[in-house]
Each structure stands twice: as structure tokens, then as C-alpha cells.
Design a binder for this molecule. Sequence first.
Ligand code: MG
Length: 390
Amino acid sequence: MKIVDVKASVYEWKGQTVPPQANFCTNAMDLVGSRNDTMASFRFHGWTVVEITTDTGLVGLGNVALAPRIAKVIIDQYLAGLVIGEDPWDYEYLSQRMYRATHAWGRKGVGMAAISAVDIAIWDILGKAVNQPVFKLLGGRTKERIPCYYSKLYRSDLKAMQDEAQTYLNKGFKAFKMRFGYGPAHGQAGVTENLKSVEAIREVIGYENDLMLECYMGWNVDYAKRILPKLERFQPRWLEEPVIADDIEGYAELNRMTSIPISGGEHEFGLYGFQHLLDRKAISVAQYDTNRVGGITMARKINALCEANNVPVIPHAGQMHNYHLTMSTLASPMSEYFPVFDVEIGNELFYYIFAGEPDAVDGYLQLDDHTPGLGLSLKPNLEEQFNILT
Ligand code: MG
């Protein structure tokens, strides 16, 4: 079997979007002031889809959501030529080839994200070639079904947040992730607001369910050191990305000082990136995203590293490329789950582009033993809702 074509397309949403509220989630831009819309870098309304065709007529689908137009250029100009004419079963060779050929500029960030999309499409082909779901090629079932946590609860009016938590508690979810709205720029009043929001959600879900807290890189070490002791009494399962991804020593310091497990990794890349995080004991939960970290070939190596370090892997963002790894990895106890909503920050777009994503039922996800590959297809008539760049 040989790869004969690689097509990268950018899908840019042209429909309605829900305007996010101010302070709906802290993020890395908060610390540089509010001269412009600091929430802008948080939103993305485009996606890159990669379709790889083989001489046997199979088509594999991969995708990446970081900087979609740039990812497309990287795939078109650098990666396609490295895999066309090659056997997709040589996936380790192809992964190393893409990683090393682009190493001077591609090893972290959008270069690695583009590699991820190609690698994911290759694994989709492999599953289809042997008529097996991808998780069966990665180790098979390690769990009957995948527990998942409800991931939204952006900061808004506390009553609205409580109603949202109650709605999904009633649907059977047993774990919830909420977002902080305030960081260092908001002073002690913001600390109080942050604590009030955690208390409000605990009021609804009680202490028999899990609560995760998300900072999305919007704090710094000083602020985190002051607020973490006050958060401990709410018994969060973890506190996510308190500081920017490059501040690995900051993660390590916070992870040492608090009883709350510090999580991160959705903005880390590659095997060495995670080795560094684990060596420094910077994170207690690893949260790579397969479509950023280097694809399935890279993610399975990181899973092995994390297993040996006793650090659970709970990938960022859910989605099929992550679910297949979570199903087949004992070190992965659960999945993140973005619910389907109107298009807001962009996480939801995945559901608008692809058919085949599983719905959570009673807080669990299931993968089908008989659907080959990753189980995704492009929805029909996408041109009605998207500008498509090919
Ligand atoms: Mg996150």
C-alpha cells in the first residue's frame, strides 16, 4: 500500500457565533493588559482537515485546530512530499521523517500540530486497511467504556453556572471542569470572585463528584501561590495550566507546594517535552492533545513514559483521536468531553465538521468494536456553513 495524495483543507466557520462574556476564562493575554480584546487569542473559528489517499483507494482523515491556515501551508509545502509514495504501515519511519526534516523550525507549536494531522490520517488508514478500529491496533480495550468529564462552565453569572452544572449532573456526569474568570490583574476582588465560583459549583455537585479547575495559563506563580491554599478546601481533582506552558519550573514549584494536583500539557509537544515535564515533576496529570503533540505515533510513546512515571494521561479536548488512545491505555482513566453547543470559542466546531463523534451517555463514552479506523467522516454540504480553502 502506498500513499498517493495528501490534501489539506481549511474550514472557516461563516455562521453565527455566540459572543463570549468578558472574563469568561483567564488566558495568557491577561497579564499584558486590556488595551485590546484579551479574549481574542482564545477563540478560533477554523480547522484544518487532512485527507490522505492510498493506491488501494482508502482515505484517512486527520485534523488540527492550531493556526489552521499555517498548518495547511506546512502540510502542503513540507510534509506531503515526505509521505507521498511511502507505505503508511511504516508509520514510525514517517513520523521520524516528518519530525526530523522540520526539526529546525517545527519541533514545538504549529509545526508539530501539522505533523500530528498527517500522522492521525495515517492511523485512520491503517485501521481501515485491516477493518479494525484504531484502538484495537493500539492495545485494544482497557476499559468497558470511557468515563468522561463535562468540560465547559465558563465564568458567567454564578446562578447560570449553577444551572449549567445542575443540567449536566442530571444527565449523569460525575466530573466537571470549570473556568476561572479572574487573575492577577483583578487583585483581591478577583480572588474572592474565583473562590465564590468554585464554592457555587461545589454547592451543586457536592463532594461525591469530581471538580476540575481551569486557569488556561492566565495566572502567574505569585498569584497561584497566594490562591492555591484557599482552594484546597474545595478538594479539586486538579488545577489546570496555572501559568504559561514554558514556565516548567513554575509548574514544578506549584506542584510541590500544594496538595492539589497540578495538570498541564495541552500546549506541550513531543516526547522530549513530556520527558522534561515528568523529570521536573511539573505535572501530576498529563493532558497532551493528540492533534498537537505529534499524532498517535508520538502520543503512544508519551503514554508509556507517563505510565512508568505514575502520571495519569487525560488528553485535552476529547475527540476521536484522543478517545482511541484513552480506550487502549491503562494510564488513561478518563476523557475530557466538550459538549455540543452553538459555536462560541471554537471547541465546538469539531462536531460541525465531522460525523461519528460519540455522545456521552450517563457520563461515559463508548467506541464501536466494528467501525474501522477512527470512525469519523466529513459531514455533507460543509460549504454551506464554512469557507473552505483547498
Ligand atoms: Mg485546558
